[in-house]
Design a protein around this ligand. Structure first.
Ligand SMILES: C[S@@+](CC[C@H](N)C(=O)[O-])C[C@H]1O[C@@H](n2cnc3c(N)ncnc32)[C@H](O)[C@@H]1O
Ligand SMILES: [Zn+2]
Length: 310
């Protein structure tokens, strides 16, 4: 990561943050300590908000175990290839991307971002690339920082401010996490891309009625396209569907890592764990958004004018 490139802003006054040793500081001297593991808490919310919004420790542990066994690797691989494809297109058009900041909001313990970084490092190198992950759950950020060395993680609330400076993110990932269209617009560069990953209505469908799992909104895809439509247009979508074969423990981890964790009665957990040889299907869609063309041109023109003014 370039020494001088630090795209985060202060959660108090929104001035740029500078990194000085193990501290992030703004001009007004608001300062935030970095943990030894390289993450920082930029959240101003109270503990109550965090308890209500972020994932619980048990959910994070279940997700780490489940994802670590590779059950969602086909999704991660498809996402990696789709993102890489965009770099190949730039190369075909002989465009050399400048410093590229890739960020995930609601990153959990960083499984997808970590795999994307490994994938791109092998193909594009590490120079002029930087990676950031943000989540409201401090424990998620702590776990993520412990596992991924060259990614900077921070605690913040996507519903408030994403805390990147304006236009500083080139690729923004939002995977099974809350969204904020206004903030996505603010932080993404003019030519930036937004990748949103959602479960399809038939994801784990065979398990939903049996265990009383929360339903997936039937019009989720359409709802998101509409929610983002003021700023972004859907440029591409890719569906991924495959069978999952699980034992009781794997099934219980899978359910525990989702919001079902908060809703299922205790007897359901024992029946989940007692099941064997479960077959169900995973079904996701990767939605890739670009800015509307006119908007992108206006933003680029404004950015160039600013550069010319120095
Ligand atoms: C279903 S998990 C997905 C995590 C990760 N993207 C993955 O797929 O492995 C949703 C994540 O969003 C985070 N989250 C929930 N509300 C949030 C908010 N308001 N701001 C930032 N992150 C939030 C949770 O703490 C959790 O880590
Ligand atoms: Zn400040």
């Amino acid at each position: 990561m370039e020494k001088h490139f630090w795209p985060l802003v202060c959660p108090v006054c929104e001035a740029a943050l500078t990194r000085i040793d193990n501290m992030l500081k703004c001009v007004q001297l608001h300062s935030f300590d970095m943990a030894t593991k390289g993450y920082v808490n930029l959240s101003l919310g109270n503990r109550q908000t965090h308890r209500l919004c972020g994932d619980a420790r048990e959910m994070l542990a279940a997700r780490k175990t489940f994802l670590g066994q590779g059950f969602y690797q086909p999704l991660s691989d498809a996402l990696n290839m789709q993102v890489y494809q965009r770099f190949l297109e730039l190369a075909r058009h002989k465009v050399k991307p400048g410093l590229t900041c890739i960020a995930e909001v609601g990153c959990g313990e960083g499984y997808y971002l970590g795999r994307l970084k490994d994938y791109l490092d092998r193909r594009l190198g590490t120079e002029r690339m930087c990676y950031f992950g943000m989540d409201i759950a401090k424990e998620a950020v702590r776990l993520a920082a412990r596992q991924h060395n060259d990614i900077f993680f921070f605690v913040a609330d996507v519903k408030r401010k994403i805390l990147f400076s304006k236009g500083s993110v080139r690729i923004l990932l939002n995977i099974f996490s809350p969204r904020n269209a206004v903030e996505f617009d603010r932080v993404l560069a003019s030519e930036g891309l937004l990748f949103v990953v959602i479960p399809n209505p038939d994801h784990l469908t065979s398990l939903r009625s049996e265990f009383g799992l929360l339903a997936i909104e039937a019009n989720k895809r359409q709802h998101i396209v509409e929610q983002l439509s003021g700023v972004f247009r859907l440029a591409k979508q890719q569906s991924i569907k495959y069978d999952l074969y699980l034992n009781g423990k794997e099934l219980s981890d899978l359910i525990r890592m989702t919001p079902n964790y908060w809703h299922l009665p205790s007897e359901t957990w024992s029946s989940l764990e007692a099941r064997e040889d479960i077959r169900t299907s995973a079904s996701f869609t990767i939605l890739e958004f670009k800015r509307h063309a006119v908007q992108a041109i206006r933003r680029t023109t404004r950015a160039r004018a600013r550069e010319a003014r120095g």
